[in-house]
Design a protein around this ligand. Structure first.
Ligand code: 4NP
Length: 222
């Protein structure tokens, strides 16, 4: 069976990559570590503006995040069109970031990787993550409140995609086994029995995958 070993890569993008996206990056990385999924999910962040390249996150964001238990150590970097080849999901903090990413995307297929952070909000009724750079302390707290809430759901989304990937690989493998059986087994009755057995095992696994997916979507494991 072909291995599902490549990591699912998530990139968070804001304007300067010193406030919102490094916070999203740090919080999501924390969630991934807590769930023991470091070998499955990779996280990074970048900015559409390169003026803060190489800088640590804004001190106000670092302090606010540290107070909640996240040490933000990322160094700002500009997003590049090559990121569309490298990452599976690219998440914009606000509408301007989204538009800038749409322009940067090297192909129509690549634009399908771009998502809005607010898509993952469940309790907060706001359609973007507000830029806190020119705000007071409450702006940074609001950003962290939003990001902490949605990351639980984002974790679920990524989990579900893992389940889907595994399920599809399983179906491919079952097809391969059945084709091989058809080639090597001359006795029609024996071949039919073995085929039924293989399909039965696959179907049970599929049901378990769907059940896991349902549990994850309901957030029952979080
Ligand atoms: P961020 O915040 O996009 O959340 O990193 C900003 C950082 C810097 C600037 C604006 C927003 N700036 O104008 O330099």
């Amino acid at each position: 069976m072909e291995e599902v070993n490549s990591k699912y890569k998530v990139l968070f993008v804001c304007l300067g990559n010193i406030c919102r996206s490094p916070a999203a990056h740090g919080i999501f990385e924390h969630v991934v570590r807590e769930k023991g999924m470091e070998d499955k999910i990779e996280v990074d962040s970048a900015g559409t503006y390169s003026g803060h390249r190489g800088e640590l996150p804004d001190r106000r964001m670092r302090n606010a995040a540290m107070y909640r238990g996240y040490a933000l150590t990322h160094r700002s970097r500009p997003v590049s069109s090559l990121d569309f080849l490298d990452f599976d999901m690219i998440i914009a903090m606000d509408d301007q970031n989204y538009e800038d990413l749409m322009h940067l995307a090297p192909s129509v297929e690549a634009t399908h990787k771009i998502r809005r952070m607010a898509e993952f909000f469940t309790t907060h009724k706001i359609s973007y993550v507000p830029d806190p750079y020119y705000m007071g302390a409450e702006g940074f707290q609001l950003v962290l409140d939003l990001l902490e809430e949605e990351h639980v759901n984002l974790g679920v989304v990524v989990d579900v995609q893992e389940v889907y990937a595994t399920t599809h690989k399983l179906c491919d493998s079952v097809d391969t086994v059945i084709c091989t059986l058809a080639d090597i087994c001359q006795d029609t009755l024996v071949r039919h029995c073995v085929e039924l057995l293989v399909v039965d095992v696959a179907y049970t696994s599929l049901q378990r995958a769907h059940s896991l997916q349902k549990t994850l979507l309901e957030g029952a494991t979080y």
